[in-house]
Design a protein around this ligand. Structure first.
Ligand code: PMV
Length: 340
């Protein structure tokens, strides 16, 4: 659309939570993830007299400088590398584009900010260039960017974000299997934030080292986590929120055993459970990040309990069905007017 003689293309991608099965999913076990009602929006336009882009403006991610694919430029290295990869993937057709990001999900907390950014950038660029991208192609391109952010990701983050809704995901050698779960009840979550994790790549690698030392022991944990994901699928389909909460609690026990929980994450789980949450667990890589707590009509109370204990927190809801695709209209000053 045109605004004040400027042509914009707008895109949106939601954040995500892993309800069951992070880490084990890297080793080929099933996991359940769902997209959120908060995400990343991008406005794409032609930059003025620039051909060293694409340029990313990400003030809402706490990054004040403009980011370019320049290896020696300003801003986080991984973002600069991701922009360079984007330029390669689109054969330099994006080098004169300017992308303004608005994110409602914090980075480095396990809510899928890098995968949402990857999917939103690809969607925005394709809209701007008039490319009609099929779903599987979007997932493949997003995987290329996720490899920059995460090394060797299972693919669960960008796959659920690209698809939307709630899915059971299993990594396979050639192609992952993904099935939508039609969740029978609303899932209201209180999210309590610990300090940012040190990067998914680092946490996954450290666990891999522990696994290599005693694969037969870790196999028991991964198998247990995989079984929980299948139970979680069933509980969600049937709308048994008590079972969903119970499964989250048990999964958290396994994540602690894997060595990816921390005292702060355990404290957040304890606060949530003792304030009426049906269940609570860390989500994503762990070793920092966030705890998700399943509410039972008491989401505001749990959010307040996190905040009273000194943690930042917000409430959110899982998208229980695949959303309709994003519209390509609205005003750039208020990108949150756009609905996915
Ligand atoms: O913290 P996040 O949002 O990057 O989630 C990582 C999930 C892991 O299972 C730990 C890694 C992966 O690639 O699946």
């Amino acid at each position: 659309m045109t605004e004040g003689n400027v042509d914009y293309a707008f895109s949106y991608a939601p954040g995500k939570v892993i309800l069951s099965g992070e880490h084990a999913v890297v080793y080929g076990y099933p996991a359940v993830a769902a997209t959120l009602d908060k995400g990343v929006r991008i406005a794409v336009k032609q930059a003025h007299q620039q051909n060293d882009g694409p340029i990313l403006r990400a003030g809402s991610l706490g990054i004040s400088s403009d980011i370019r694919p320049d290896p020696n430029g300003d801003g986080p290295e991984l973002l600069r590398k991701a922009l360079a990869r984007l330029a390669e993937l689109f054969q330099d057709r994006v080098k004169s584009l300017d992308m303004m990001v608005e994110s409602a999900i914090p980075a480095g907390r396990g809510l899928g900010s890098s995968a949402a950014l990857s999917v939103a950038m690809i969607r925005g660029v394709c809209r701007f260039l008039g490319i009609n991208l099929e779903h599987h192609a979007e997932v493949e391109l997003a995987m290329e960017l996720e490899k920059i952010f995460h090394g060797s990701p299972s693919g669960i983050d960008h796959t659920v974000i690209s698809k939307g809704g709630c899915v059971l995901f299993q990594r396979q050698a050639d192609k992952p299997t993904i099935s939508s779960i039609h969740v029978a009840r609303q899932l209201q979550l209180a999210v309590g934030f610990s300090s940012p994790h040190g990067g998914t790549l680092k946490t996954v690698k450290a666990l891999q080292e522990r696994y290599m030392r005693a694969p037969h022991l870790y196999k028991h944990l991964f198998e247990g986590i995989g079984a929980l994901a299948i139970e979680m699928q069933k509980a969600l389909l049937e709308g048994h929120l008590y079972a969903v909460g119970e499964l989250m609690n048990i999964n958290q026990g396994y994540l602690n055993a894997l060595g990816v929980s921390t005292a702060e994450l355990e404290a957040l789980c304890h606060i949530a459970r003792s304030n009426g949450a049906l269940g609570a667990k860390l989500t994503g890589a762990g070793c920092g990040g966030a705890v998700i707590a399943l509410a039972d009509g008491n989401v505001d109370h749990i959010v307040s309990a996190f905040q009273s204990a000194g943690f930042s927190a917000f409430k959110t809801e899982c998208q229980t069905t695949e959303p309709a695709s994003c519209t390509n209209s609205g005003k750039v000053e208020n990108m949150y007017e756009y609905k996915a």
